[in-house]
Unconditional design. Structure first.
Length: 277
């Protein structure tokens, strides 16, 4: 048997997948509003990453089985998420062409784990290479009709990416990482991001800049009034539901003129008299 197929079957049989969660941050309020669930392979002896694994799954007809495992693990862990935050789940549109696809799977899992449909955002990933926009919209409607929200990934990555935006009805747009990379050094990237902000404001959508890795990128993104941000500078993917990184939080609070809350110890210290009466 092909080594890659054998690795895939081993992962499916042993359920060797675990989720990590990366914060998505409101760049105006400095609050985490959501977490993107990212799947990782738990067996260190296997040499593939999750993107390669999905390609193998697609080649051998196991896309839905792998997707179902990733989704199950993510939802099981999401019971520990902070209140009023959403979970972004990546979805591969190819699952609808898989004969093993089970409609209603997510609803049953949410009921089992005590989560709400409104807590979930399905993120249509770059793996969903569908240029038939009627079909793509029907996939989105499958989830929208059940009370879920939709995010489109990799917006701004070429003509097809923009075509997906104007021919579908998502709730969130995620600006392509390449558009964010070194955006502070590129007038053209800034102009494109500005157009996306204006489009989202006009249509009532939220724009998420993903892949923010430096303060310079974050500063530029904030100056362009992008709604939400995501990336290593704001917070690393982790098994825990972490808040905004201290470096990013300090910067965001400074530009918005916010005063950090005093800790209990600082409050106690502030109340102590300087000398005894």
């Amino acid at each position: 048997m092909n080594k890659k197929k054998q690795a895939l079957l081993t992962i499916l049989d042993t359920k060797a997948i675990y989720p990590v969660f990366q914060p998505i941050v409101d760049l105006e309020t400095c609050q985490v509003v959501a977490y993107e669930s990212l799947s990782r392979i738990g067996n260190k002896e296997l040499y593939m990453n999750i993107e390669e694994l999905f390609k193998v799954a697609e080649a051998y007809g196991y896309v839905w089985k792998l997707e179902k495992l990733c989704r199950d693990k993510a939802l099981e862990t999401s019971v520990n998420k902070p209140l009023e935050t959403k979970i972004f789940l990546n979805v591969d549109g190819q699952i609808f062409q898989d004969s093993n696809f089970i409609s209603g799977f997510t609803n049953r899992k949410l009921e089992k784990f005590g989560l709400l449909n409104e807590d979930i955002v399905f993120e249509i990933t770059e793996r969903t290479d569908i240029e038939n926009y009627v079909l793509l919209q029907s996939i989105m409607n499958h989830y929208i009709d059940q009370g879920y929200q939709i995010a489109l990934d990799d917006v701004g990555a070429g003509y097809s990416g923009l075509n997906r935006v104007v021919n579908t009805t998502p709730n969130y747009l995620k600006a392509d990482i390449e558009l964010v990379r070194n955006i502070h050094l590129s007038k053209s990237k800034q102009s494109m991001m500005k157009l996306l902000v204006e489009y989202c404001d006009e249509m009532g959508l939220k724009l998420i800049a993903e892949g923010i890795e430096t303060q310079e990128e974050l500063e530029c993104i904030c100056n362009l009034h992008v709604h939400y941000g995501q990336g290593y500078y704001l917070g690393l993917p982790d098994c825990k539901f972490n808040g905004v990184s201290s470096q990013a939080l300090q910067y965001l609070m400074n530009i918005h003129g916010m005063i950090p809350s005093l800790t209990v110890e600082k409050v106690k210290s502030a109340r102590k008299p300087l000398f005894k009466l």
